[in-house]
Design a protein around this ligand. Structure first.
Ligand SMILES: [Zn+2]
Length: 191
């Protein structure tokens, strides 16, 4: 079923199976399916294997087209997800690519929210530590207590430590990606 396999039905192929024009309403899809189902239903075709298989194919196409037609009738944008290849309700990501709602929320989808929990935890911990440090230093200034000053300095150091970890991780993450891109460019040039 098209270049994306049976798991991701191709709308053009589905329309062709049901003998429908490029733009079909839900009513047209229903009518076309019921006419074909009468001919290919296992009860009507006398157990013929080719008919049974065709019936399965038109039923799958029917369910897929009805889902799409309902989305269109509800005024929802439809399209092919750039990440998983699924055709259905579509959203435009921040990178301008079409995505299904599931892929928009997938942490692997770069540049998109929500960011992975670990990143949130790291950012929050930096701000918390900086806040605690500032508060302790303020207390130290107010009371002249050296312990507050020491605590504030420790919190600031810890915040710096987390920040360093984040920076190291960013450098570590970017490098393999850029290396792969560079190698692909080299391969391209050689070919
Ligand atoms: Zn997707």
């Amino acid at each position: 079923m098209g270049q994306y396999g049976a798991r991701h039905p191709d709308p053009v192929e589905c329309l062709r199976l049901l003998g429908l024009p490029e733009a079909a309403s839900a009513a047209q899809i229903k009518r076309a399916y019921h006419l074909l189902a009468q001919r290919y239903h296992p009860d009507k075709s006398g157990g013929d294997e080719a008919s049974r298989r065709h019936f399965v194919a038109i039923s799958r196409a029917y369910r897929f087209l009805m889902k799409t037609a309902r989305l269109v009738e509800d005024g929802k944008p439809v399209g092919r997800c750039r990440m998983c290849g699924e055709f259905g309700e579509a959203v435009i990501g921040l990178d301008g690519g079409t995505r299904c709602p599931a892929c928009l929320l997938r942490p692997g989808g770069r540049l998109l929210l929500p960011v992975p929990t670990f990143v949130v935890v790291k950012c929050v911990s930096v701000f918390t530590l900086l806040g605690v440090g500032a508060y302790l230093l303020l207390r130290a200034l107010q009371t002249g207590n050296a312990w507050y000053a020491a605590g504030g300095a420790l919190a600031a150091l810890a915040a710096l430590g987390v920040l360093t970890l984040i920076c190291l991780r960013v450098v570590y993450c970017i490098q393999p990606h850029e290396e792969a891109a560079r190698r692909a460019r080299l391969r391209h040039r050689r070919a």
